[in-house]
Design a protein around this ligand. Structure first.
Ligand SMILES: Nc1ncnc2c1ncn2[C@@H]1O[C@H](COP(=O)(O)OP(=O)(O)OP(=O)(O)O)[C@@H](O)[C@H]1O
Length: 294
C-alpha cells in the first residue's frame, strides 16, 4: 500500500487521467552543477515515456531521482499522487517498491552466486511476505514464464545464461515487486543486436499485458521509437521538446532534436521518421515476436 501522508494537493494528471509519475520543476544538483534543471513531465498509467538526449544531459540523474535514490534540490516527484521527494523511512521504502529499474548491463545487475530461482524469489519474499514456499515457487515459475524462460533455467546461474536471458531474469525480478512504473535504463544497449528486438518486443508485450508504465532512458532513437508513446528531449539538464513519439521523430520542433535525429545513420534515420510501430533501427528481428528461451 502506498502511504497517503504526503499526497499532493492538486490532482496530477495526463489528459484527464491521474498520473503514475509526475515530475515538476525538478532541480537536482551535484555541488554547484545543476544536472537536472527545472524538468517537468507526467506519465499516465500504462504509458511509455522516453527521455532522450546525449550523454551527460542528465537522464541518469533524473532516473535516480525518480527511483528515490537522489534527493532533489527543488521541485517535486510524485508517484501515484504521493510525494516521493518528501517521503522518509518506511514510507519511502514502500514508494520505492512501486518503481523498479531494469539496468543496461544485466550481468552486472544479477548476483553471480545466485541461481535464477533465488534471484527471482528474493524480491518476491519482500513483495509478498505472506506467501508459502510452495506459493513462491509457483510464482517464480509464472514470472519466468511471463518473460519467456522455462523451468529448466531455475537452477542456472547468470554466467550460464546469455545476455538476453539475463535481461529476462532482471525483468522478472522487477516484475516480482509488482511495480506500477518500470524505469528502463538503456535496456538493450548491452545486448547482441540479434536479441535486442526480442527483448524490446517482450517489454512492449509486458506493458500491454500488465498495464505497466515505462520511463525509458535512452540515447538510441530506434529503441525509443519502438517502445515510447511520448518523448521528452533533454539537453543540458532541461527538457527542450516534448510530444507524441511519432510527431517528435518525424517533425521535431527543436534544433537540438533535429540534430539528434540527423546524427542517426541513413537507413536507421529513414525508419525513424517513417512512423511508429515498425522494427527498431538498432535491432533487427521480427517485430511482434517476443522470442523465448523455452
Ligand atoms: N556523482 C556525480 N558527481 C558530479 N557530477 C555528476 C555525477 N553524476 C553525474 N554528474 C554530472 O551530471 C551531468 C548529468 O549526468 P548524467 O549521468 O545524469 O547524464 P546522462 O544523460 O545519464 O549521461 P549518460 O548517458 O552518459 O549516462 C553530467 O554533466 C555529469 O558529468
Amino acid at each position: 500500500m502506498i502511504p497517503d501522508t504526503t499526497r499532493t494537493t492538486d490532482a496530477p494528471d495526463v489528459s484527464g487521467v491521474p498520473a503514475v509519475l509526475r515530475v515538476q520543476d525538478l532541480v537536482v544538483t551535484y555541488g554547484r552543477h545543476r544536472a537536472v534543471d527545472g524538468v517537468g513531465f507526467a506519465v499516465a498509467p500504462g504509458e511509455s515515456y522516453a527521455v532522450v538526449g546525449e550523454s551527460g544531459c542528465g537522464k541518469t540523474t533524473l532516473a535516480r531521482t525518480v527511483l528515490g535514490l537522489l534527493r532533489p534540490a527543488a521541485g517535486e516527484v510524485a508517484l501515484e499522487g504521493v510525494r516521493l521527494d518528501q517521503a522518509r523511512g518506511r514510507d519511502l521504502r514502500a514508494l520505492r517498491r512501486r518503481v523498479q529499474i531494469v539496468f543496461q548491463n544485466p550481468f552486472a545487475a544479477l548476483n553471480p552466486r545466485m541461481t535464477v530461482a533465488r534471484l527471482v524469489d528474493e524480491p518476491l519474499r519482500l513483495a509478498q511476505p505472506g506467501l508459502t514456499a510452495a506459493g513462491r515457487a509457483e510464482a517464480v515459475s509464472a514470472l519466468l514464464a511471463s518473460v519467456g524462460l522455462a523451468d529448466r533455467f531455475l537452477g542456472r546461474r547468470p554466467h550460464e545464461l546469455s545476455g538476453g536471458q539475463c535481461q529476462r531474469v532482471a525483468i522478472a525480478r522487477a516484475l516480482a515487486m509488482d511495480p506500477v512504473l518500470l524505469v528502463l535504463d538503456e535496456p538493450t544497449s548491452a545486448l547482441d543486436v540479434s536479441v535486442q528486438a526480442q527483448v524490446l518486443n517482450l517489454l512492449a508485450d509486458l506493458r500491454q499485458r500488465r498495464g505497466l508504465a515505462y520511463l525509458l532512458i535512452s540515447h538510441d532513437l530506434g529503441v525509443v521509437r519502438h517502445l515510447a508513446d511520448r518523448i521528452g528531449v533533454m539537453s543540458a539538464g532541461r527538457l527542450v521538446e516534448e510530444g507524441p513519439a511519432q510527431e517528435v521523430l518525424s517533425a521535431p520542433a527543436a534544433d537540438y532534436t533535429r540534430a539528434l535525429i540527423a546524427a542517426v545513420p541513413g537507413r536507421g534515420r529513414a525508419a525513424l521518421v517513417g512512423g511508429a510501430g515498425a522494427a527498431t533501427a538498432s535491432g533487427p528481428g521480427a517485430p511482434g515476436s517476443t522470442g523465448s528461451s523455452q
